[in-house]
Design a protein around this ligand. Structure first.
Ligand SMILES: [Zn+2]
Length: 221
């Protein structure tokens, strides 16, 4: 009740605006229809020929471009909590969760602890966790980085697999064994990072690993 009143008051002082173009919208975090239409590109990635054998499939919601790119940047590098809310809104409002009906738990691709400490937050959890829990799926931080890795986008394609191999370990195998896991990350580039995580999850007995990223920076439509 107090929260509703407070939200209403804030709406008068700071009317909610589209995070991309600043047009007025009906609630905080929401996108205007024009920016939604320009940014949404929900699709299954074509994994054939990519040597990404450990993911059963991988779904993305947007291209890594335009407003989505701007907001992911603001969240990752400036810790902008409004950007986090706008990206979480996009997922909650526009992704059809029914396509993941078989999922039993959600696991994020982990940041290295050093990078997490430096930032003070984990952007993947800020984007996905509330959405996952609303679907009734437990959120398990079941993977850990075992060593720092260079950002994949800095490397030539051939070096990417080497960079990431053996960089992850499953910390809670009992939460994974026998289950269909939804593996989530903010951006998928080549899919090699997700595939390496999926490999480790399968190794401890995951029945199936499905990928989901907010944005894709490499795959064509
Ligand atoms: Zn807009």
């Amino acid at each position: 009740m107090l929260k509703d009143w407070w939200a209403a008051l804030l709406d008068i002082i700071y009317p909610p605006r589209c995070p991309v173009c600043r047009r007025p919208v009906d609630r905080g975090g929401a996108w205007c229809p024009v920016c939604l239409a320009a940014n949404l590109a929900e699709r299954e990635l074509n994994l054939a020929g990519r040597r990404i054998a450990f993911l059963a499939s991988c779904c993305v919601l947007c291209d890594y471009a335009g407003g989505v790119k701007k907001l992911i940047h603001a969240l990752k590098f400036r810790g902008d909590s409004h950007a986090a809310a706008s990206l979480a809104w996009l997922l909650a409002a526009r992704l059809d969760a029914r396509r993941f009906a078989a999922v039993q738990a959600v696991v994020p691709v982990p940041l290295h602890p050093g990078r997490r400490a430096e930032r003070g937050y984990d952007q993947t959890a800020l984007i996905f966790r509330a959405w996952a829990e609303r679907q009734g799926w437990p959120w398990h931080d079941a993977l850990a980085r075992t060593r720092p890795t260079a950002p994949q986008w800095e490397l030539a394609p051939a070096a990417r697999r080497r960079n990431i191999r053996g960089a992850f370990a499953v910390t809670s195998p009992h939460l994974i064994a026998g289950k269909t896991i939804l593996l989530v990350d903010d951006i998928v580039t080549t899919g090699i990072t997700m595939s390496e995580c999926a490999k480790m999850l399968k190794r401890v007995g995951a029945a199936k690993v499905i990928g989901l990223a907010l944005a894709s920076s490499d795959y064509g439509r």
